[in-house]
Design a protein around this ligand. Structure first.
Ligand code: NDP
Length: 346
């Protein structure tokens, strides 16, 4: 079968691999589509994750059950695989059903960190790591995984503000990449005002999509993150989705008292002088919170399916506009558009 593997940073290849033989408890899944995000590009560049000798790329997948192999699945069901697996036997995080809370040495991540991903014609997936998806959502099913990342982050945000009356009026998303843009419609349902900060011109399709879901665009070349309160208003929530390290500290400066910033981007090393006293003070005297969040658990995937179903059709269209056949996977990895995906079985 065909699979896209990474053996050497910068050089993903289409190779022939044996079709997997599902072990007891595993389902054979025919992969239909695999989304590509910033993490995939970072993995290909060698800036994120871990490739032992060869790794199948792709972690945002939707597929069809080819062989249930004695599990509770039915042939032909549309399914989405989760991303994390135990590195050996199940450890305490997986036993508790909280793989997303495992430290990086207690998990592997399919297509990212130490385990084969899903950009292959067939994959064998333990049934507990598969989620059913209504068939009508299949064309955009690769968006479940990134939406699950937002679902987890927002759950942590809510939990951190749960003990008091959180007056949540304004939210700001940093980044006009696929994760940031997908987060906007979710926030639009929960906040009175939603802002999106990026560094693109106003006629860029990503900016237009942000505005189409009701977000006010903030051009970071005109207004820096920490100037947002002065130029617009202090934010009750900031969701950082760039991986640009200075945004961590700047997010705190953009927060209203009692506000919370959720960091999702994964930065490379970055040295910069930071006025730590002010950062520390603003967090403490303003009851502000800074939260990091990675990956997602099964319940977040379930939430993501609901959110996918509720996405405006125009957003789904924009996110499924650039789907490439497997033979053109390099275009999907390279192209700078709202979202790309690879189709394995057109
Ligand atoms: P994209 O590559 O699609 O988007 C990245 C965004 O960050 C773009 O808006 C880009 O701007 C902006 N950006 C990149 N570098 C800078 C910079 N130096 N200064 C300002 N803006 C910058 O990635 P995704 O949306 O898929 O993911 C965003 C981040 O989140 C990545 O770091 C990714 O690894 C991480 N991620 C984390 C997850 C988690 O579980 N925590 C899950 C998925 C992703 P432009 O396009 O204009 O260059």
């Amino acid at each position: 079968m065909d699979a896209v593997v990474l053996e050497e940073a910068g050089s993903p290849r289409l190779v022939d691999r044996p079709r997997p033989d599902p072990a007891p408890g595993e389902v054979l899944v025919r992969i239909d589509r695999v989304g590509v995000d910033g993490t995939d590009r970072e993995v290909v560049a060698g800036a994120h994750g871990r490739v032992e000798s060869s790794m199948v790329l792709g972690h945002e997948a939707v597929g069809t059950v080819a062989d249930p192999n004695g599990t509770a699945f039915e042939p032909g069901e549309t399914v989405v695989p989760t991303v994390r697996r135990p590195p050996g036997d199940h450890n305490e995080y997986f036993r508790r059903g909280e793989p997303d809370m495992a430290p990086m040495d207690a998990t592997v991540e399919c297509g990212i960190d130490g385990a084969d991903g899903f950009m292959a014609e067939f994959v064998a997936v333990p049934s507990e790591y598969l989620l059913r998806l209504p068939e009508r959502l299949a064309p955009a099913g690769f968006l479940v995984e990134p939406l699950s990342v937002t679902a987890k982050a927002l759950e942590l945000v809510e939990a951190s503000r749960e003990p008091f009356t959180w007056e949540r009026n304004r939210a700001l998303v940093l980044g006009t990449g696929s994760l940031g843009l997908l987060t906007l419609p979710v926030l639009d349902d929960r906040f009175e005002e939603v802002y999106c900060l990026g560094r693109r011109d106003r006629d860029d399709p990503a900016v237009q999509l942000a505005e189409s879901v009701g977000a006010t665009y903030v051009d970071s070349r005109e207004t820096a993150v920490d100037d947002v309160p002065g130029a617009h208003a202090p934010m009750d929530l900031v969701v950082e989705a760039t991986g640009h390290a200075p945004h961590a500290a700047e997010s705190v400066a953009a927060l209203a008292p009692n506000g919370v910033a959720a960091l999702l981007g994964v930065p490379t090393d970055h040295e910069a002088p930071v006025e730590l006293g002010e950062l520390h003070r603003e967090l403490v005297v303003g009851n502000r919170a800074l939260i990091g969040s990675v990956n997602a658990g099964y319940s977040h995937f379930e939430q993501a399916v609901e959110w996918l179903d509720a996405l405006p059709a125009s957003v789904v269209d924009a996110f499924t506009e650039h789907v490439y056949p497997l033979a053109e996977f390099e275009a999907a990895l390279d192209r700078d558009v709202i979202k790309t995906a690879v189709e394995l079985d057109p």
